[in-house]
Design a binder for this molecule. Sequence first.
Ligand SMILES: Cc1ncc(COP(=O)(O)O)c(C=O)c1O
Length: 392
Amino acid sequence: MNIDLIRQDTKGLSDNKIFFNNAGSSLMPKVVVESMIDYLQQEEQFGGYEVANRNAKLLEQFYEETAKLINTKSSNIAFATSATEAYAKALSSIIFKEGDCIITTVDDYISNQITFISLQKKLNVKIIRTKNLSDNELDLEDLENLIKQHHPKLVAVTHIPTNSGLIQNIEGVGKICRQYGILYLVDACQTVGQMSVDVEKIDCDFLTATGRKFMRGPRGTGFLYVADRILEQNFAPILLDSRGADWTEYNDYELFKTAKRFEHWENSCASIIGFTEAIRYANTIGLDSIENYNKKLAEKLRGNLQNAGFKIQDKGNHLSSIITFCGPDGDLENIQRVLKEHNVFSSVTYKNSALIDFTNKNVNGIVRLSPHYFNTMEEIETVSEILKNSLK
Ligand SMILES: Cc1ncc(COP(=O)(O)O)c(C=O)c1O
């Protein structure tokens, strides 16, 4: 991995900022922005439909690059405008009835939890959350017992929560879901681009992701993976459009075969082109290399902050490039101010975004630093020093 070259490709780093907010919205490589500008300029000249026809092959590469990213086939990929849109489309293809049960975790993403609560309010769907073990790992035995007891319609797990460094054992969950024939939805929004993802190993039915975070794509992009077994059983979003089916009779349609049936017809093609370039960029570097490098950055930063006296809030045996912490007395504001003064990009999450996790951890919020492969070990040391000095 040539970090110098990667940094030259990242125009956002040219003003000496230290960018540690990749779990929020990362810096796009210049090829991403250039490809989008070029595409928009073509649309300016010829109109969107003509340009889409001319670029049909290039637009198809989105499916090929995404398939490569997560080890599947192009036909299992749908473009989405966000991870949340992909998630809603997947959920809407499952016909929930009163009394049906969804099993999820206490660490799942806020919007997913709100969606489940909405299903509870509107359809009387039951929400059950698995326990964590004392080391904060998912309690797979509890999950299996809950499945046996409640026969859920769906198990839904966020791989890497937005508000904690935790990496959940989604392959372990996948094995149990397959054993009991339960639908399995994985939110990999914070995972893609940060580490390698293999849907064959996870054995999930649906997987959702976004473009603008560790993937380094533009805003308004994401994707949905749909397994063959789901496509073969004719799952489709409840509100289909002409992207999803052929209108064959006055009152009937025939579903298209691929996961594109989970898309809507209208999309920003420039965004798809930019997102494709972002995925190609990561695929070319290699997700294993990115993952190994990120692990070293995160471990170093977490260790330094811990040694300096900050309270690290990442709990679990497998931790990601999301580092969450607060001051020795729970302080967030001072840390935020100091980071801002030194041009370090970070973010803060408050309790309402992680209600269960932060209640259990007894914190009102956390500061989140999320370095990525364009960052250097020197930057890790610089930020550690800045924060250490702020405690003096
Ligand atoms: C774990 C997780 N899931 C889902 C989302 C939602 O992504 P989007 O805003 O692209 O819908 C986020 C966003 O922060 C996230 O961190």
